[in-house]
Design a protein around this ligand. Sequence first.
Ligand SMILES: NC(=O)C1=CN([C@@H]2O[C@H](COP(=O)(O)OP(=O)(O)OC[C@H]3O[C@@H](n4cnc5c(N)ncnc54)[C@H](OP(=O)(O)O)[C@@H]3O)[C@@H](O)[C@H]2O)C=CC1
Ligand SMILES: O=C(O)C1=N[C@H](C(=O)O)C[C@H](O)C1
Length: 278
Amino acid sequence: MPGPMATAAAEACLRKGMDLAPFCLTGPDIEETEIEITDPDTKRSQKVTLVPSTKIGSLVDKLGGVEGTVAIDYTHPSAVNGNGEFYVKNRIPFVMGTTGGDRDLLMKTVTSPSPHYCVIAPNMGKQIVAMQNALEFLQTQFPASFEGYTLKITESHQKKKADTSGTALAVIDSIKGMVGPKCTFQQDEINMLRDDASSKDFGVPTEYLEAGHAFHTYTLTSPDGSVEFELKHNVCGRRVYAEGTADAVKFLAKQVEEKGDGGGKVFNMIDVLEAGAL
Ligand SMILES: NC(=O)C1=CN([C@@H]2O[C@H](COP(=O)(O)OP(=O)(O)OC[C@H]3O[C@@H](n4cnc5c(N)ncnc54)[C@H](OP(=O)(O)O)[C@@H]3O)[C@@H](O)[C@H]2O)C=CC1
Ligand SMILES: O=C(O)C1=N[C@H](C(=O)O)C[C@H](O)C1
């Protein structure tokens, strides 16, 4: 906090009746200060003290233990792996919305030597998660049904975004399964738009150029060019992810409560959707 996504998630938690922990992490260069989070809908508000990420070790003592706490991580790709290790070491269940970092290492951290309670997903928006589930189904049921097709992807985000869209990377994995083993598409072929002029030309409304947007278009074209498929999901603002995040927190807290602190499990948002918790 007070990053835009972390703040939106905190507001959604207040809106859905949860309480915020009195301390949270902030970027390394910020002084320890108190801020107030207010949900614009319910006007429920709570004060939270920001602790710089350089003092992450002090957080558990400040919280007076971590029982009943679920961490929400919307930080920076460079913080993903260190934060993941911190939550595991301190037995804090967490919802990781932050994209980027070393994802294989993150999965190793949360699974070995034993699974840790967490939800990890590059996109928490219910409808996008449902779309991802449908694509998973297609690639499993009809592998290589788009054999020979060429894939093109353009994604546009606010220019402050540090990494390639984590959603696009996840969706590509499913689409590649539909194209089959001959698909040669590489991550560096994603057309990333991170400047206002290009984003505007791509259809992003002016007020969301800096304020936050996520426009994605995936195009599959047949070898002779006679058939074209286009998949598009365009989001303005961050509310859709914040709502899903708060639902994921509730889902995870319930898992911990029902199955006990001694266990652990790594979930994604499709698990949350399938459980009817979104
Ligand atoms: N899963 C999902 O549904 C979604 C995921 N995201 C992802 O969430 C992440 C955050 O998005 P957004 O809020 O837009 O990003 P911003 O970069 O705008 O904000 C990130 C915030 O995290 C702070 N920060 C940086 N490093 C650390 C650290 N080590 N520990 C704690 N806080 C830190 C920053 O502080 P400072 O500015 O001082 O450095 C800033 O306040 C991105 O990876 C984005 O891709 C976004 C939307 C939806
Ligand atoms: O940084 C963002 O804004 C977003 N990040 C996520 C991603 O990288 O996929 C989700 C969405 O695209 C918004």
